[in-house]
Design a protein around this ligand. Sequence first.
Ligand SMILES: Cc1ncc(COP(=O)(O)O)c(C=O)c1O
Length: 358
Amino acid sequence: MTPIYQTSTYVQEAPGKNKGYEYARSQNPTRTALETALAVLENARYGLSFSSGVAATDAVIKLLSPGDEVIASNDLYGGSYRLFSKIFMKFGIKFHFINMHEASHVSEYINDNTKLIWLETPTNPLMNITDIAAVVEIAKPKNILVCVDNTFASPYLQNPLDFGADMVMHSATKYLGGHSDVIQGCLMLNDQELRDKLYFIQKSCGAVPGPQDCFLVLRGIKTLHVRMQRHCENGEKIAYFLRNHPKVEKVYWCGFEDFPNYYVAKKQMRGFGGMMSFTLKDDSAQAAIKVLTTTKIFALAESLGGIESLINHPASMTHASIPREERVKNGLSDSLIRLSIGIEDADDLIEDLNQAIG
Ligand SMILES: Cc1ncc(COP(=O)(O)O)c(C=O)c1O
């Protein structure tokens, strides 16, 4: 097994002559092993591992300068929205949060200052799908970078670089780690100049992961394929169970043939995963809270992608940083319930949801 190099510094042969490693903010052998593995997972030349998914996102935005503009999905992880709108806007970077259901919509927001398109597909929590190749086709001739948050799909189900994206971001906290015991993020990419710029930002700003956490993610990805197969199988069974439940109004799962952009999901993904959201016919917050607090196997908690099933209330938990008006406008209602389907027995999970929905 890869050793955990629990060290902050490395003995050098002579001043200015190191043995490949000098100081652990710059490099660590456990992290190097992980970064090599991460690159392979996304068919990339380079992998960079960060202290969290948000730290990886932060490094991408720091490629930009005041006056630059970013086009981002209007349904995206609340923490990404918070980072963009509350931290970077005040440094003079402009963000357009738009509906990317039709990739061509992006063109309407492009101008000479547009430097980056930030995609999340499927989105958190409404599972909206964006056509990666179609956005790349619009961005490439204008030299606009495309970065895809691939957290929900995982590299097992989708590889955005294969569709021409410049960078892939993961919250490795989720499916890559897989066991809800580590916070970490990563970037995978092919261009060396871009990699060197991002590495410089990381070394200068310091958002590096610890060696123990690198070991945990390395161990997690060894079972990624087996876990993802079960997440997909369970996800499909539960999506259909919910859809047929008389008290359920709407299920957001990108594997339904009548789901918007299903054909795009089918084209760019190898399976539909274990993430989904749903609303109840009784659209009150009380009815949702009853379900959220009465499941016995599904644990009420933030995060996703672990082997244990989780239930979440985006409006008050993961997406509370998005103003209500903005949230509701984009379809994220107060009663929406999000599920991260784990790898437990599917019948047990269905029974649990059935008794909670009542
Ligand atoms: C889609 C998505 N992107 C990014 C993040 C941020 O990752 P982290 O919590 O590792 O900083 C999350 C976390 O929930 C997420 O769900």
